[in-house]
Design a protein around this ligand. Structure first.
Ligand code: 0YR
Ligand code: MG
Length: 370
């Protein structure tokens, strides 16, 4: 089998309501710049990365795929995904301009498409190719609900509904606004609405400083908050390590980290308790699995960051021992031929060959902005 062509696309898919806000971002659309890789036997692999739907930078990502990676891939055997990943990641002129950022997001799209292709060529779902457990129970928690631009009433009602319907086993609430007391009042109101048995997480998206995080922790621990996510600036290794020693609420982070070394530094420093690798930022499935092995070795649970990319992460969760929980964000569900689905708090195991990344033709037509 040989790689014949790479066709890029950029999907911009509307998020819930008029847009959503966390402490750092306000978005109206989720972006999925990606690529369809076709092999000479007619099989296609679908891969993408995740963005905030900013067309100018989405174009840079697909330009990197089409201009920098495609010439290196055409004519190659796609089955040696890890070998191709190394070749692309370490290609000297590409590495010179980026070991993270745009080149790495572009690499994610390519790598995911190659894994999708490989699983399809084997005729099995990706999780089976990776020797996953068909009995695996991956629990779902809801992230599309705790937005900072939502009123308290809406927030509480939404959380209560999900729990009453037994749809999710946890909810995540955004914090990190300018008003900490208001944020914490909202967390408390949600805890009251969902009762003591449902997991409750908070996510500051890197916005707190040490003093604010410590102050927050004093109330969060009383509310039995399962984790505080990205309390401090993404790259602040020393700060998170110090905070981890002082706080009772476990720290979750990783959605902004670009590679295995980055994760190893945080893990070795004792700065993270729930490891949150994201396949669309790490350069794809290849590096995600290395991070998962590391977490397993160190006895740390993985709770992948999903953005809106549940598809691939579900396969990986089924295949990796340290990963029992996945976040749920529904914006792109309607775009996929086999969308990730939750029943009674757990994800349904996908069955079709590949990584569940095949995009529907009508979604490609409606949302492609390239
Ligand atoms: C919206 N999940 C996150 C979304 C999400 C962001 O800006 O991208 O909140 O990535 O932190 O845990
Ligand atoms: Mg987050």
């Amino acid at each position: 089998m040989k790689i014949e062509s790479l066709n890029p696309f950029i999907l911009h898919v509307p998020v819930t309501g008029d847009g959503i806000a966390d402490s750092t971002h306000q978005i109206t659309h989720w972006g999925a710049p990606g690529v369809v890789i076709r092999a000479d036997d007619g099989l296609c692999g679908y891969g993408y990365t995740g963005t905030h739907g900013h067309l100018a930078t989405d174009r840079l990502i697909v330009d990197c795929v089409a201009g920098a990676y495609a010439p290196l891939l055409i004519g190659e055997d796609p089955s040696d995904v890890e070998g191709l990943w190394s070749m692309l990641c370490h290609h000297p002129p590409i590495q010179w301009v980026g070991r993270c950022g745009i080149t790495h997001l572009a690499l994610s799209a390519v790598d995911i498409a190659l894994w999708d292709l490989k699983a399809k060529a084997a005729g099995v779902p990706l999780w089976r190719l990776l020797r996953g457990d068909p009995e695996k129970r991956v629990e779902a928690y809801n992230t599309d609900g705790g937005w900072l631009n939502w009123s308290l009433e809406r927030l509480v009602e939404d959380a209560r509904c999900y729990v009453e319907d037994k749809k999710f086993r946890g909810v995540k609430i955004k914090v990190g606004s300018d008003d900490l007391d208001r944020d914490l009042d909202r967390v408390e109101a949600v805890r009251r609405a969902i009762g003591p048995r449902t997991k409750l997480m908070v996510d500051a998206n890197g916005k707190w400083d040490m003093a604010t995080a410590l102050r927050a922790d004093r109330r969060l621990r009383q509310l039995d908050v399962y984790w505080m996510e990205e309390p401090l600036w993404y790259d602040d290794l020393g700060g998170h390590a110090k905070l981890a020693q002082e706080t009772r609420t476990p720290i979750a982070l990783g959605e902004q980290l670009y590679g295995l070394d980055h994760f190893r530094s945080f893990i070795d420093a004792g700065a993270v308790w729930f490891v949150q690798p994201d396949v669309v930022r790490l350069g794809g499935i290849t590096e995600w699995r290395r991070v998962a092995h590391l977490a397993l070795e160190r006895g740390l649970p993985i709770a992948p960051h999903v953005g809106d990319m549940m598809q691939v992460h579900l396969h990986l969760a089924i295949a990796h021992g340290s990963c029992d929980i996945l976040e749920h964000v529904p914006w792109m569900r309607g775009c996929f031929e086999e969308p990730a689905t939750v029943e009674e708090g757990y994800f349904v195991i996908p069955e079709k060959p590949g990584a569940s990344t095949i995009l529907r033709e009508d979604a490609m037509e409606e949302f492609n902005v390239l």
